[in-house]
Design a protein around this ligand. Structure first.
Ligand code: GLN
Length: 229
């Protein structure tokens, strides 16, 4: 099971979100605190973010562990954004380990990450998928239907494959959408903005845990929670 995180709010550096907190995504890549499946997330990583006046996100992915990227560690303190989505990967058995299989996946303005696994046989064909990896196939299904269908797709796929774990996290730079379906998710809102993450990156008491089988929607106006059924 991978770990993912997203930010929506005032500009913050990639380092402040992904590298610097005491239990940052970087630390979660080798010592996650709440991970239920798998122990390390060493099969790749990815970070997507928005730059001013560019509607489509920039994205940097690799098939190697996040802790080994001195280049990212050098650039991350120098890049700030109002919206960021990042992930570290523990590949599911049988899935390819290359850059194209690392989240976030993208289509136009959207970025999408998946913590979990799904039987690809239950998914409709996804000709636009970036990889044969289950997460990339699922991302292509969601993004081809429109990210506003995220909750419906999770219920549909989760019903077709009762063993599926479907924690998804998506953004178009203006809002965050996240589902819980078999794994952990937490939200932290401060005066600066909102973080949605597989697990808290510090011990701030304002983190709240999202119950299983829910859809979280974060906009500049606030955060909404909806049961998935
Ligand atoms: N199934 C996906 C993959 O192989 C995600 C794995 C995960 O959440 N650990 O990349």
């Amino acid at each position: 099971m991978c770990r993912h995180i997203a930010w929506l709010g005032r500009p913050r550096t990639l380092a402040s979100l992904v590298l610097e907190p005491p239990s940052s995504l970087l630390v979660q890549s080798y010592a996650p605190r709440r991970q239920r499946h798998g122990t390390v997330n060493a099969d790749g990583w990815g970070v997507g973010w928005w730059a001013p006046d560019r509607p489509e996100p920039a994205r940097w992915r690799a098939a190697t562990p996040l802790w080994g990227s001195a280049s990212f560690a050098s650039v991350a303190p120098a890049v700030a954004s109002t919206c960021v989505l990042a992930a570290v990967r523990s590949a599911t058995v049988g899935m390819p380990v290359d850059e194209t299989a690392a989240a976030p996946f993208t289509d136009g303005r959207w970025l999408l990450s998946h913590n979990g696994r799904v039987d690809r046989a239950v998914l409709p064909p996804a000709p636009g998928a970036e990889s044969v990896c289950d997460s990339a196939q699922l991302a292509a299904v969601v993004l081809s239907r429109g990210a506003e269908t995220l909750g419906d797709v999770v219920v549909e796929v989760g019903t077709a494959d009762p063993a599926a774990r479907l924690n998804l996290l998506a953004t178009d730079g203006t809002r965050l959408l996240a589902t819980t379906w078999g794994d952990t998710l937490s939200v932290l809102t401060t005066d600066e903005g909102t973080v949605v993450a597989s697990e808290p990156f510090d011990d701030d008491p304002r983190w709240t845990d999202v119950p299983d089988r829910h859809l979280v929607t974060v906009t500049p106006d606030g955060t909404a929670l909806e049961a998935l059924q």
